[in-house]
Every structure is written in C-alpha cells, then in structure tokens.
Design a protein around this ligand. Structure first.
Ligand SMILES: CC(C)(COP(=O)(O)OP(=O)(O)OC[C@H]1O[C@@H](n2cnc3c(N)ncnc32)[C@H](O)[C@@H]1OP(=O)(O)O)[C@@H](O)C(=O)NCCC(=O)NCCS
Length: 150
C-alpha cells in the first residue's frame, strides 16, 4: 500500500459494490439497499451537492466518506456539513486513507463556505471516536435527542 498510488475523488454511482463490501467488513451485515438509497440521495443534484469522497487504489474503492452540506437549515444561519458514513477496507487501514479523505472533505467544505462539520459517533465506538478526536473534532454544543417508540 505504501508505494501504491491513491486517488481521492468524489463519489460515483458505480462505487456502490465496493462501498457495500467495505461496510460489510465493519457492520457484519449487507446494507446494500441502505447504501443504494444513500448514494441516490447524495447524487440527486436537485437536492444536494455531492461532497462525498472515496479513495481509489488500483481502480478499486478502498475507503469512503459520505456527507451532506446544509445551507442555513435547522435554525443555523451558517452553512454546515455532516459526515454520516465512513469506512476503510481493513487491508488499507492505518495508512492515512481516512485522514486524507477528511483533509479533502474539509478543503472542499471550506471552499463552499462551510463553517462547521458535524458527525455522530456511537458512545462505545472508541476507534472511530479516537480517529475524529485526533482530527481535532470535539464534543458539540448541540445535543442529540431521541424518542423511542412506546
Ligand atoms: C476509523 C477508520 C475509518 C480509520 O481509517 P484509517 O484509514 O485506518 O485511518 P488513518 O489511517 O487515517 O488513521 C488511523 C490511525 O493510523 C495512523 N496512521 C496513519 N498513517 C499511518 C502510517 N503511514 N503508518 C502508521 N500509522 C499511520 C494514524 O495516526 C491513526 O492512529 P490512531 O489509531 O492512533 O488514531 C477505520 O478504522 C474504519 O473504517 N473503521 C470502521 C468504521 C465503521 O465502523 N464504519 C461503519 C459505517 S459508518
């Protein structure tokens, strides 16, 4: 991996298979329909700007970072962005792939005028939390509320 050329580019429709298989290694389940819907919404130009990044090595996607841009929504006047899916193939972890995708994402968001990037991490997902913490993400002032159906 060290001397292989990696390409950071925006997400495309035909990345679905690679993304589903990377996610399967982490979630231990096939979430094809979920990612099909997600990619369709990301690539819908009427409602969204495609800011999602993938990392390609030898023509294969080895990592993905999916997100959305929001312009003045949820009562927040500044443009914000979220990262809501992230994964790197186990064979390509610890080589800086996720860090480089995040650098690219941040650079693109800065150019789009985004002031803050949000993400959610499960409280017991220590690896993911450590990754974001290293990348200077801090606990937000906004809190996440949930309602469990009775
Ligand atoms: C969290 C995750 C995205 C990190 O991806 P990654 O590409 O390995 O991340 P990076 O390589 O940028 O950084 C990871 C570590 O490798 C280190 N590293 C980066 N480049 C390195 C290099 N060349 N040599 C040695 N170490 C390196 C980083 O310092 C970092 O160290 P840390 O673990 O102490 O923080 C990845 O582990 C993953 O996909 N986990 C599963 C996520 C998941 O559950 N997703 C569900 C769908 S949302």
């Amino acid at each position: 991996m060290a001397n292989k050329q990696r390409i950071m580019r925006v997400l495309r429709q035909d990345d679905l298979d690679d993304i589903v298989s990377i996610d399967e290694t982490a979630s231990k389940q096939s979430r094809r329909e979920y990612y099909e819907r997600k990619i369709a919404s990301i690539l819908n130009r009427k409602t969204n700007i495609n800011c999602s990044i993938v990392c390609e090595v030898d023509g294969k996607v080895v990592g993905f970072m999916m997100g959305y841009v929001f312009f003045g929504e949820f009562g927040i006047s500044d443009a914000t962005a979220t990262i809501d899916a992230l994964g790197v193939h186990p064979d390509f972890r610890k080589f800086g792939v996720a860090s480089e995708m995040l650098d690219q994402f941040v650079m693109n968001m800065k150019a789009a005028g985004v002031r803050k990037i949000y993400t959610l991490v499960n409280w017991d997902d220590f690896a993911l939390e450590k990754f974001f913490s290293r990348q200077k993400f801090v606990p937000s002032k906004r809190i996440n509320l949930e309602y469990v159906m009775p």
